[in-house]
Design a protein around this ligand. Sequence first.
Ligand code: PEP
Ligand code: MN
Length: 337
Amino acid sequence: MIVILKPHSDPEQLNSLIAWLEGKGITTHLSMGEDHAILDLMGDTAQLDADLIAALDIVEDVKRVREPYKKASRKFHPEDTVVQVGNTQIGGGSLTIMAGPCSVESEEQVVAIAKAVKASGATMLRGGAFKPRTSPYSFQGLGAKGLEYLKAARQETGLPIVSELMDISQLPLFRDVDVIQIGARSMQNFDLLKAVGRQEKPVMIKRGLCATYEEWLMSAEYVMAGGNSNVILCERGIRTYENYTRNTLDLTAVPVLRKLTHLPIIVDPSHATGKSALVDPLSMAAVAAGCDGLLIEVHNDPAHALCDGPQSLRPEVFDALAKKLFKLHAAVAELNG
Ligand code: PEP
Ligand code: MN
């Protein structure tokens, strides 16, 4: 971190800033310019609040030269993280396809969809039991019963399950869920992030509707700081001025995150677009961009789905897409060497 001081800053205030920083274990180096002095900070600067320092009378500007996240940063962990989930892996060159309904509606529904997506090559089953809905009058999910039905579908198909945790109080119910999803709306629920950081199950963090890459990676850092390094990131579209689609899929996130972090990157074209017809081209684009996997909503009767029907693929449409995705993934791997 570099602190640029105002011209002719008061030496007493400068000394007290240096003493305060050194008290925090930071080493400082002062370079005097013509009229500006620059204070170079070395050590664990992630603990420092740059805005707080910038607000001091003697400070003109503060520049971070290192990201505020450490455990999630590729600089400190150059190798890709591979998250083991049951007998499947997320990251490390494989293509993970998480597929299933938006919400678990009944045991029959989720078992039937699980069997279909498994036959098409999906590697994980998704399904919401606790649903974050914009309206309190919309279907809120089957709760604990929904998780039981997901487990029944896992029992039938062997597919590991991923489901959204909305509140710390639900955590005991997720003991037997394979991947805990933190939804876009909870990305900055810091108590929830701390709670999933204290346990060992893999955690998939969806990008918040208005979150920057850095804010998203800081959420990953929360989980990792608690001791859980099994973190997966999921780009699910962000809010922009465009309202033709539900959100705007930010595929730039894939190569940018690849550079900034070692964590696996999943793309969700279903929530990004809200339209089933757009799921095929954007899934293909996400694989071409180099993602580690996709999250795709599949429903056996989208017209009657209790949640997100318009963006859900019928099993036969998903089947045709999955075949193309595996072929494309192999071709992309070959082209990229
Ligand atoms: C979901 O995956 O069902 C979901 C609610 O997604 P998001 O948090 O991305 O809106
Ligand atoms: Mn959904």
